[in-house]
Every structure is written in C-alpha cells, then in structure tokens.
Design a protein around this ligand. Structure first.
Ligand code: HEC
Ligand code: HEC
Ligand code: HEC
Ligand code: HEC
Ligand code: HEC
Ligand code: HEC
Length: 306
C-alpha cells in the first residue's frame, strides 16, 4: 500500500469508530434514561413496600403507619421540593426535615449515585409533570436561630402552598404580621402527625400546658423606628421583597445588619444597595417607589422615628 491509500483507509477506520461509537450511544439510550431505570430498580427494592409500586403511598407495609407514606406521584406537593430536600429525607430519614421518623434513613444502604438515580426516577412519576426549574434550591441564611420546634416553611409554604397570610393573618390589618397561635397550629395538627411525629407532639405539649410556643424572633428594627406591615401589604409589596424567599428556607434567617455608612449616603439622596432592614434600604425603596409608582412613602425623619 502506498502512503496516500494507507492514510485514507486509516481515516475510514477512525471515522467508523467515531461514527459507530456515536451511533451506539444513541441506540443505547441517553444516560438520563439509564438513571431513571436504575432508580426504578432501587425504588422497587427499598421503597415500594411502603410507598407502593405505583408511588401513591399505599404499599403493604404502609397500612399500619399513623402518618401515611407520602404520595410521591402528587406533583402538586412534590414538584416544589428541591433535590437537596429529597436527598436529605432519603439519606437521613423523615426526622431530618421535621417529618415523621417512620420514613427511615437509607444513608447506610444507598450510595450517593443511587440516591441521585432514585430522585431521577421519582421526578418522572409526578403528575402534573416535573420540569427542571420548578424546585428552586433551598436557601440557608447564616446565623438563623434554632427554633423550639422544627417548623419548616419549605413544607408548609413551599410544598403545601399554605398562603403566608393564613398564618401571618395580621399583616394586612395591623402594624405587625404576627405569628400563628398554638390553637391555629392545632387546627391542622390535632390530627396531622399527632400520633407519630415528635415535633408535632411538642405542639400538643404546649397546647395542653396552655403555653405559647417560644419562637425566637428573627426580623427586627430598633425600638425607635416605626414599621407598619399594613401600608406595605396593601400597596402590594410582596413579603419576599423584604424577607427573601421564605418558602425555600428550612430555618428562617435574616440577612441583615446595620450599615451606618450606607444609611447616611442614602439619606442625602443616593441609591446605595443597602442590606435589608437598614435605613438606607427603607429609604431607597421609598424614593424609587414614589418616583416610579407615584406612591406617598415617607422620606421625612419623624414618620419613621417618633
Ligand atoms: C417503612 C416505610 C417507608 C419506607 C420503606 C420508605 N418510606 Fe418514604 N416515607 C414514609 C412515610 C411514613 C413518609 C411520610 C412522612 C411524613 O409525611 O411525615 C415518607 C415520606 C417520604 C418522602 C417525603 C415526601 C414529602 O412530601 O415531603 C420522600 C421523598 C420519601 N418518603 C422517599 C422514600 C424513598 C425514596 C424510599 C426508598 C429509598 C422510601 N421513602 C422508603 C415511609 C417509608
Ligand atoms: C393549614 C394546615 C396547617 C397549619 C395551620 C399548620 N400546619 Fe404544620 N403541617 C401541615 C401539613 C399538611 C404538614 C405535612 C404533614 C406531613 O407530610 O407529615 C405539616 C407538617 C408539619 C411539621 C412536620 C414538617 C415540618 O414542617 O418540619 C411540623 C413540625 C409542623 N407541621 C408544625 C406546625 C406548627 C408549629 C404550626 C403552627 C405554627 C403548624 N404546623 C401549622 C399543615 C398545617
Ligand atoms: C403554617 C403556618 C405558616 C405559614 C403558611 C407561613 N408561615 Fe411564616 N412563620 C410561621 C411560624 C410558626 C414562624 C416562627 C418560626 C420560624 O421562624 O420559622 C414563622 C416565621 C416567619 C418569619 C420570621 C418571623 C420573625 O421572627 O422575624 C417570616 C418573615 C415569615 N414567617 C414569613 C412568611 C412568608 C413570607 C410566608 C409565605 C411564603 C409564610 N411565612 C408562611 C408560620 C407560617
Ligand atoms: C416593606 C418590607 C416588608 C414587607 C413587604 C413585609 N415585611 Fe414582614 N417585616 C418587615 C420588617 C421591617 C419587620 C420587623 C418589624 C419590627 O421589628 O417591628 C418584619 C417582621 C415580620 C414578622 C415578625 C413578627 C411581626 O409581626 O413583626 C413576620 C412574621 C413577618 N414580618 C411576616 C411578613 C409577611 C407574611 C409578609 C407578607 C404578607 C411581610 N412580612 C411583608 C418588613 C416587611
Ligand atoms: C420594597 C419597598 C419598600 C421597602 C423596602 C420599605 N417600604 Fe415603607 N413603604 C413603601 C411604599 C410603597 C409605601 C407607601 C404606601 C402607600 O402609598 O400607601 C410605604 C409606606 C411606609 C410608611 C407610611 C405608612 C402609612 O401609614 O402611611 C412607613 C412608616 C414606612 N413605609 C416605613 C418603612 C420602614 C421603616 C422601612 C424599612 C424597615 C420600609 N418602610 C421599607 C415601600 C417600601
Ligand atoms: C423610611 C423610614 C426611615 C426614614 C424616612 C428615616 N429613617 Fe432613620 N432609620 C430607619 C430604620 C429602619 C433604622 C434602623 C436601621 C438599622 O437598624 O440598621 C434607622 C436608623 C436611624 C439612626 C441610627 C443609626 C443608623 O443609621 O442605623 C439614625 C441616627 C436615624 N435613623 C436618623 C434619621 C434621620 C435624621 C432621618 C431624616 C433625615 C431618618 N432617620 C429618616 C428608618 C428611617
């Protein structure tokens, strides 16, 4: 064989290898589908006994449990839960997110890849269908305080989509947003979780002793300032504009702190990008809003300081 022919035949061999390889990959299905298939197998082995083969939560071992195994096919509840939340529940058990401890921890039996595959599978059985972007990642705020009960906004406001003002009912009619009373929690939790969730038993304890739940306060402006919720909620400022994405916080925290320099710059009329809850932040929004939306948000000292 002369040199040019050798080169051509080598090129053909290489082309066949590359082309054939690509063809093989297409025929053998993309990796995503393989994950779903592998996830389905892990699911059948470890989860179907409680969550049922269908995923609806009525498997043979689930019948005797007071809190029913979750219906993993219910997209209305599942789609808002980010992967991180699901990984945590699967590896460390329901109790790690405040759910019933009858959802066992599988971290000792399943590797990270199997957990990932399980989630890939679970995402395919949800109705309405799950699409990427539905479950925005959790937000953890450094310095968020430990609360007396592991109450999760991710579960209540994220997954179950209970409206903010169902619990913070004073927000549109008073200075304060208010926290729900024990009675309000009991309205749902007299039954939900009462038999087998220790976090929910704590609610019953406070209720029976006639005590308020001693929640640790998170957002706070100093005593010498006046902040009314009513005016803001009525004019349509969203809770999240001031508090951040609460429905994605496992524990609520405030990303705030005084910033005296920016406060001073803002008072003399410049936009500062001051951190939430500082004076510069209040004044920035008031000035913007008055300019763009024709509101009458106060800029004078005495309305906010009396
Ligand atoms: C022994 C029975 C049992 C087994 C086995 C089990 N689960 Fe669960 N699971 C539960 C129960 C009960 C709950 C409901 C907890 C609650 O709502 O408080 C639950 C809840 C969950 C949730 C939370 C859903 C939500 O809406 O917050 C996920 C996710 C989950 N299970 C996934 C799995 C996976 C994946 C497996 C297999 C690796 C599995 N479970 C195996 C009983 C079980
Ligand atoms: C409108 C009904 C409703 C109200 C009001 C309510 N919850 Fe829940 N809560 C639920 C539902 C639904 C779940 C999910 C149950 C499950 O999957 O196990 C839940 C779950 C929980 C859980 C376990 C998951 C988590 O969040 O850690 C705790 C703890 C809890 N609630 C505490 C409270 C407290 C404290 C209050 C009052 C401040 C309260 N709930 C008010 C409906 C409610
Ligand atoms: C089921 C009742 C319930 C629902 C629904 C709910 N919350 Fe809460 N919220 C609570 C409880 C209980 C606390 C106190 C414990 C904590 O900080 O997590 C709280 C705390 C807060 C705090 C911090 C309060 C402080 O001390 O400064 C903010 C802000 C807040 N919620 C905003 C929201 C927003 C915004 C929504 C809707 C996206 C919402 N909440 C939905 C019950 C609820
Ligand atoms: C314009 C900004 C802003 C908006 C909008 C806003 N808040 Fe607040 N919120 C604050 C500030 C500032 C505080 C601290 C108030 C204080 O220390 O008196 C606070 C405090 C709270 C608290 C602690 C308890 C209380 O009553 O003071 C809760 C709960 C709360 N907000 C929930 C909500 C909810 C729910 C919404 C939406 C319906 C909302 N907030 C809308 C700024 C806001
Ligand atoms: C995201 C925008 C925004 C932020 C942040 C904000 N406000 Fe406002 N505020 C408004 C708007 C808009 C109004 C005017 C409402 C109207 O025209 O009825 C208003 C009105 C007020 C009023 C007048 C209430 C009344 O009864 O007339 C006070 C007082 C006030 N804000 C205090 C504060 C304080 C204190 C802060 C910071 C802790 C703050 N606001 C942060 C948008 C904001
Ligand atoms: C829209 C409401 C608002 C207006 C208008 C306002 N302030 Fe403030 N001011 C605040 C808030 C909220 C704080 C608390 C800030 C913090 O804790 O970081 C504050 C804090 C302060 C402080 C303490 C130091 C600091 O920066 O935290 C001083 C001093 C002060 N204000 C003076 C003034 C003077 C003087 C004016 C009028 C020129 C004024 N404020 C107008 C909301 C306001």
């Amino acid at each position: 064989m002369n040199a040019p022919v050798r080169w051509i035949s080598l090129a053909v061999v290489v082309a066949v290898l590359i082309g054939g390889g690509a063809l093989w990959r297409v025929v053998a299905a993309p990796p995503a589908n393989q994950d779903v298939k592998a996830g389905r197998a892990v699911y059948t082995q470890y989860c179907a006994t409680c969550h049922d083969d269908s995923g609806r939560g009525d498997g043979p071992s689930g019948g005797g449990l007071a809190t029913k195994p979750a219906d993993l096919t219910d997209g209305r509840l599942m789609n808002a839960l980010p992967d991180e939340f699901l990984v945590n529940v699967i590896e460390r058990g329901g109790a790690s997110e405040g759910l019933a401890p009858t959802m066992p921890a599988f971290g000792a039996y399943l590797g990270a890849q199997q957990v990932r595959q399980l989630i890939a599978y679970m995402r395919t059985i949800a109705q309405p269908a799950f699409t990427a972007g539905m479950a925005a990642p959790l937000v953890s705020v450094p310095g968020a305080p430990a609360q007396p009960i592991l109450f999760s906004h991710v579960v209540h406001a994220g997954s179950f989509q209970i409206p903010c003002q169902h619990c913070h009912a004073d927000a549109r009619r008073s200075e304060y947003a208010g926290l729900p009373s024990v009675e309000r929690c009991m309205g749902c939790h007299k039954i939900i979780g009462a038999a087998d969730n220790p976090e929910i038993r704590k609610i019953h304890g406070y209720y029976q002793r006639g005590e308020a739940i001693p929640w640790v306060r998170v957002f706070k402006v100093p005593e010498f300032t006046y902040f009314p919720h009513k005016a803001h909620v009525r004019v349509g400022v969203e809770c999240q504009a001031c508090h951040g994405p609460i429905e994605r916080m496992r524990v609520v925290g405030a990303n705030t702190g005084p910033d005296l320099r920016k406060d001073a710059i803002s008072l003399v009329g410049f936009r500062t990008g001051a951190p939430p809850l500082t004076m510069g932040w209040c004044v920035d929004c008031h000035r913007d809003s008055n300019k763009k939306k024709n509101t009458k948000a106060p800029l004078d000292c005495v309305t906010c300081h009396h």
